[in-house]
Design a protein around this ligand. Structure first.
Ligand code: GLY
Length: 290
């Protein structure tokens, strides 16, 4: 099997001064995941490694530097799914530096979706890197939260899909949700079928965008269904975004890998940071627009 990895840094508007940071962050994430894949690691390990890089990078709306909720606090959701249909997710958590790692830790046991204080207690009891909830607030986000009282909805997410050498697929997502979201709001990111999906027989998908629009069209599973009949992932991704746009308002994007290791992506926002690597490439390909 051909190891392959693709990441996204969110469907959003990327101003010229942020292009380099988005490309660099997505490239670093792919490099981290790729290092796992080529040393024989699993797809889930690669997805976790890549998303941890994005969670630590203030350029992206995930963990450090995430958007602030109505109370001016960082509140995080993350999920991971393996193509064997194993999955784990956390939602509305605070003070956890890498929510994706907690999601991965619970993917083989029940309960598989933990929220808020219960998830935080599980994380603290199981060796997670905990911090004061204030430590995840970036100065830029705080300034924006104070000044930009009118912004009520600017969702984006980070995500990754990987295929490992043994043919296993995995997908993951992580987000701080929408700007000034009501405390306790949970979007698509933690929901299997909406924010992510992986099936070893078909492909893997991670989505980004407006959770309230992504959830009713079950965007990630919809994109995977469009891969049937060996359709190219680029075409399947575009069909999924077109299906969303025909039914609901809102910005969204998705990245896909099929079981052959072909990549594809589509979005209806003005930009989506994206990077990928597969066998035969001499370096990571990174873009902010298609
Ligand atoms: N897609 C991120 C959110 O709506 O929470």
């Amino acid at each position: 099997m051909t190891p392959t990895i693709i990441v996204h840094g969110g469907a959003k508007t990327i101003t010229d001064d942020k292009v380099a940071a988005n490309n660099a962050g997505c490239t670093a994430a792919v490099e981290a995941g790729w290092a796992v894949l080529i040393s024989g690691g699993t797809a889930a390990e690669a997805v976790e490694a890549a998303i941890r890089v994005l969670e630590a990078d203030q350029t992206f709306n995930a963990s450090l530097g995430a958007t602030l909720n109505s109370d001016g606090e960082v509140e995080l959701d993350a999920a991971i799914m393996e193509g064997s249909l194993s999955w784990g997710a956390v939602a509305a958590v605070q003070g956890i530096r890498h929510p994706i790692s907690i999601a991965r830790q619970i993917m083989d046991d029940k309960p598989r979706l933990l929220v808020a204080r219960g998830a935080e207690r599980f994380a603290a009891d199981n060796g997670a890197e905990m911090c004061k909830k204030e430590d995840l607030i970036a100065e830029e986000q705080l300034e924006q939260w104070k000044e930009d009282q009118k912004v009520i909805d600017r969702p984006n997410t980070v995500g990754c899909v990987a295929l490992d050498a043994s043919g296993i697929l995995a997908a993951g997502t992580s987000t701080g949700g929408t700007t000034k979201q009501q405390q306790g709001r949970v979007g698509d990111t933690a929901l299997v079928g909406c924010g992510l999906y992986a099936d070893n027989k078909i492909g893997g998908c991670s989505t980004t965008g407006d959770g309230e629009s992504i959830i009713p069209v079950v965007l990630a599973k919809t994109a995977i269904d469009f891969l049937s009949g060996d359709r190219h992932p680029d075409e399947a991704a575009q069909m999924a975004i077109d299906a969303l746009a025909s039914k609901v308002k809102g910005e969204a994007g998705c990245i896909l890998i099929d079981r052959q290791g072909r990549v594809g992506w589509a979005y209806n926002s003005s930009h989506m940071a994206c990077a990928y690597m597969t066998v035969g490439q001499d370096k990571v390909a990174a873009f902010t627009q298609k």
